[in-house]
Design a protein around this ligand. Sequence first.
Ligand SMILES: Cc1cc2nc3c(=O)[nH]c(=O)nc-3n(C[C@H](O)[C@H](O)[C@H](O)COP(=O)(O)OP(=O)(O)OC[C@H]3O[C@@H](n4cnc5c(N)ncnc54)[C@H](O)[C@@H]3O)c2cc1C
Ligand code: SF4
Length: 345
Amino acid sequence: MLRLPSFTYLQPRTLDEALRMKTDAGPDGMYVAGGTDLYPNMKRRHQEPRTVISLMGIPELKATEGRNDGKGMTAVGPGLTLTQLSVLPSFRRSYSALAHAAELVSTPLLRNMGTLGGNLCLDTRCNYYNQNYEWRKAIDFCMKKDGAICWVAPSSPRCWAVSSSDVAPVMVALGAEFLLIGPQGERVVPAGRFYHNDGINYLTKQPDEILAEVRLPSPNGWDAVYHKLRRRGSFDFPVLGVAAWVKWERGTGNAERGTVADARVVLGGVASYPQEVPDAAAALNGTALEDAAIKAAAEAAYRPSKPLDNTDFDLSWRKQMTRVWVTRALQELRGRQAAAPRKRP
Ligand SMILES: Cc1cc2nc3c(=O)[nH]c(=O)nc-3n(C[C@H](O)[C@H](O)[C@H](O)COP(=O)(O)OP(=O)(O)OC[C@H]3O[C@@H](n4cnc5c(N)ncnc54)[C@H](O)[C@@H]3O)c2cc1C
Ligand code: SF4
């Protein structure tokens, strides 16, 4: 059985208190929310904080019914559990892609503990890294922790561990924004700029910054979906995720359906960050998601999708599946638009 190392556990009640505790702990301190990622990592000695600062007792991180910030964004607390995200009627109604991505994470027990913030800050994953200490020691470790080489791409100067969050690609596709609070003050970053394509430094967030608020664009003529590929439908991390978002320009006539005014297609599980594919979006603009447009977008997403041999399944098959999964996601969006109530002439 893997055991947790000894550590000091702190329970601040306010953001200021949490920031002070982190400053006092220095690089040996880490925040924890649900702990479903951090504690297994500590057991495998991936992360070795001496002080763990829980964010779960800070009320403002748990705001459920989003308040509107006056700029058309709805703010929600990163301390919400994935279960809350997936069952709250307001999310199911207005942010169904988000609720769906949350309910596809792992198992009910982990969703009851795991939070939105923890999911967005999830450590990157790799077959050579997500192993216990002895296993990693037997291969002389790797550059993500304790070693010098990358076993996936031995001549590479960087780590290629994979972004495996289900919710992160949806946030990038929706154009969400994150409020970060640190000792130096506050800043807001677009979800797309919260991530680096680097398996070690995968977040632009500083270690002492707290993700304090997630801001979602108000539902206003757009729609989004999320599709996930994994081995076991009830448990596993994504080996490919596709989040697709479109802003519809509604047709005026009774028979006329809307056309795509703007779009975003984001891939998860194929790089160290949620990878937006602008060429796929460009193939959709001005179309009504006809078959030809979907095919062009799927082809555009296939090209930059470069999974490596460090998660489940054969990598060339995972790349092939990018076309299939993007096609299915866009067909679902088209179907939802066709089923939406029409405007009266
Ligand atoms: C068996 C298993 C299966 C899983 N399957 C999936 C899956 O299919 N899809 C998926 O996406 N995830 C999966 N996970 C990962 C994890 O359970 C979820 O991503 C969960 O949402 C993590 O949230 P948490 O609150 O438990 O994170 P924690 O473990 O508490 O934290 C994770 C990281 O985020 C940081 N952090 C947390 N909150 C904040 C904040 N507000 N501000 C700053 N930093 C913060 C922590 O310091 C830590 O570095 C799985 C985990 C396990 C053990
Ligand atoms: S991609 Fe390479 S450096 Fe990164 S975790 Fe895997 S083996 Fe280690």
